[in-house]
Write a protein that binds this ligand. Structure first.
Ligand SMILES: *[C@@H]1O[C@H](CO)[C@@H](O)[C@H](O)[C@H]1NC(C)=O
Ligand SMILES: *[C@@H]1O[C@H](CO)[C@@H](O)[C@H](O)[C@H]1NC(C)=O
Ligand SMILES: *[C@@H]1O[C@H](CO)[C@@H](O)[C@H](O)[C@H]1NC(C)=O
Ligand SMILES: *[C@@H]1O[C@H](CO)[C@@H](O)[C@H](O)[C@H]1NC(C)=O
Ligand SMILES: *[C@@H]1O[C@H](CO)[C@@H](O)[C@H](O)[C@H]1NC(C)=O
Ligand SMILES: *[C@@H]1O[C@H](CO)[C@@H](O)[C@H](O)[C@H]1NC(C)=O
Ligand SMILES: *[C@@H]1O[C@H](CO)[C@@H](O)[C@H](O)[C@H]1NC(C)=O
Ligand SMILES: *[C@@H]1O[C@H](CO)[C@@H](O)[C@H](O)[C@H]1NC(C)=O
Ligand SMILES: *[C@@H]1O[C@H](CO)[C@@H](O)[C@H](O)[C@H]1NC(C)=O
Length: 438
């Protein structure tokens, strides 16, 4: 074959360019919500308006801070956390001396030890003490009784944990947070018996056993006792906590029925009783909680039909009824389910949906009903478990991503096909061209 004439060369380049651009680049795995923004640590001190006091810090307390490895060369009261040490200190604006009001330890170094002497020196003024991610710390025998707020999250040597008695002494606490720290106590009542001012209580993932106390102090607004070993029933008296805004009893071994008095909790926004052994029906009284936003009853043995009143609860955004023993026809329509951010109902083998009201595309994880209102076939199992936890949100959840993965290979195949066919076309064209020119 003789040298290609210049128009042929031009077409050749054009075709190569076209076929290269037709082949799709490997689709960049765009997963916008892959990393859910982690909530800021609960212990982040809410900085009081910067006190402009120029008084020096009480010398005894200065010494105490030094013994806690907190650098005191610069004014320790306004220190930001640094690489060297990550404790934040807050102080009052007192005169002639300022006093320490709060210490917030994060990610403590392994050589930190909290001496009783240091705590004694800080005690009269210290209102807030917080430990986040300090797992190699030995707990001091006692904490200052002056504290109003105490928080320990993923801290303290696991074999020691915290003693219930050392917490019980903190009678002036309004906020208690203990999470992922084992607590040794024969029951919650030991810890809470004398905390008359408590408003926010979290003791989660702490291996606490026994039952939920019959008497709580009535100013509680937040109760989180999730991830423990609590047994017995939910006491009716919990419904006397008239200021309660959130109640989380997830992952315990609670049994019996949901108390009907739960409807008296007029300010309740979050109620999670998931992963227990609760039985019986969903009490109608839940419909009278006006601001209920988040309801998780999944992973129990609740039965009866799913009440239709949920669709009249204007503030409801998150409803999880999965993995129970509900039966009958799901009483919801698509416009209600679309309004929710999360709706899960899978894992209820006797529950079904009316296919003239709801589409199978919603992947509810339950079967459609036959004309008698009974499940027609076993629930669809073609997708993995995520189908039964269908999360009715569009913001890049597992389902969306899976779809994208299915499209990926198809696009590559299409690209290769386009590339190959343009190559064949090019060769045929060149042969014809060569014959025509020659
Ligand atoms: C905790 O401190 C260690 C060194 O002491 C450091 O390597 C690590 O990045 C810190 N972690 C966080 C979350 O700050
Ligand atoms: C608790 O607070 C009250 C009033 O603020 C105070 O009088 C009392 O001494 C405090 N109790 C302890 C043990 O610090
Ligand atoms: C709770 O106790 C169990 C054994 O009883 C143990 O395996 C587990 O690590 C403990 N959890 C905590 C947070 O200490
Ligand atoms: C509850 O709080 C109010 C004011 O916020 C207070 O007057 C009352 O004494 C508190 N009750 C208890 C039992 O602490
Ligand atoms: C309840 O506690 C569980 C386990 O600690 C947690 O995953 C869940 O987010 C909490 N629920 C609410 C509504 O805060
Ligand atoms: C309810 O739970 C949600 C999600 O866990 C949380 O963002 C919200 O702050 C909680 N509300 C209350 C009142 O605890
Ligand atoms: C629900 O369960 C309770 C006890 O577990 C049982 O007594 C009741 O008959 C059940 N109700 C229905 C409708 O299955
Ligand atoms: C869906 O149900 C709600 C509450 O039952 C009702 O108000 C609404 O009209 C229904 N929407 C449709 C489209 O049927
Ligand atoms: C399903 O919905 C249609 C229309 O609303 C109704 O006529 C039918 O009776 C329902 N079927 C069942 C089993 O509830």
């Amino acid at each position: 074959m003789k040298l290609l004439p210049s128009p042929a060369l031009f077409f050749l380049l054009l075709f190569i360019a076209a076929s290269v651009s037709a082949a799709p680049a490997v689709s960049p795995a765009s997963s916008p919500t892959e990393t859910p923004s982690r909530a800021p640590p609960p212990t982040a001190p809410s900085r009081a308006p910067p006190t402009t006091s120029s008084s020096p810090l009480d010398p005894k307390q200065l010494e105490a801070l030094e013994s806690l490895n907190i650098p005191t060369a610069k004014n320790p009261c306004d220190r930001r956390p640094s690489a060297a040490s990550s404790a934040v200190v807050t102080c009052d604006g007192g005169s002639p001396f300022r006093h320490v009001t709060g210490i917030f330890f994060t990610n403590c170094s392994s050589d930190l030890s909290i001496s009783a002497t240091a705590l004694r020196a800080l005690s009269p003024s210290l209102l807030s003490l917080s430990f986040l991610d300090c797992p190699s710390l030995s707990p001091p025998p006692r904490f200052p009784v002056s504290l109003h707020s105490f928080s320990a999250v993923s801290s303290f040597l696991r074999r020691r944990g915290l003693s219930g008695v050392s917490l019980a002494r903190l009678v002036n606490l309004t906020d208690l947070t203990v999470s992922s720290v084992p607590v040794s106590a024969s029951g919650l009542y030991v810890i809470l018996g004398n905390m008359h001012k408590i408003t926010s209580l979290t003791i989660s993932n702490a291996n606490i056993s026994g039952s939920i106390p019959k008497h709580f102090h009535s100013n509680l607004t937040h109760v989180d006792l999730s991830n423990n070993l609590l047994k017995g029933s939910i006491p009716t008296s919990i419904t006397l906590l008239s200021n309660l805004q959130s109640l989380n009893l997830t992952r315990n071994s609670l049994s019996g029925e949901i108390p009907t008095g739960i409807g008296d909790l007029m300010w309740l926004k979050n109620l999670s009783l998931a992963s227990n052994r609760l039985s019986g029906a969903i009490p109608d009284a839940i419909s009278s909680i006006p601001g209920l936003t988040h309801l998780d009853l999944s992973g129990n043995q609740l039965n009866g039909t799913v009440p239709s009143f949920f669709s009249k609860m204007k503030n409801l955004k998150h409803l999880n009824l999965a993995d129970n023993a509900f039966h009958g026809v799901l009483p919801f329509n698509a416009s209600f389910l679309k309004r929710l951010e999360v709706f899960k109902v899978g894992g209820n083998s006797n529950l079904c949906y009316n296919h003239s009201v709801l589409s199978s595309k919603m992947k509810l994880g339950i079967a459609p009903c036959d004309k008698h209102g009974l499940p027609m076939s076993p629930p669809p199992q073609k997708e993995d478990a995520s189908a039964s936890d269908y999360d009715y949100s569009d913001n890049g959840d597992g389902n969306g991503k899976k779809k994208e993965e299915h499209h990926g290979p198809n696009k590559v195949v299409l690209g290769v096909a386009i590339g190959l066919s343009s190559l064949v076309f090019l060769i045929v064209f060149l042969i014809l061209l060569a014959k025509w020119c020659g």
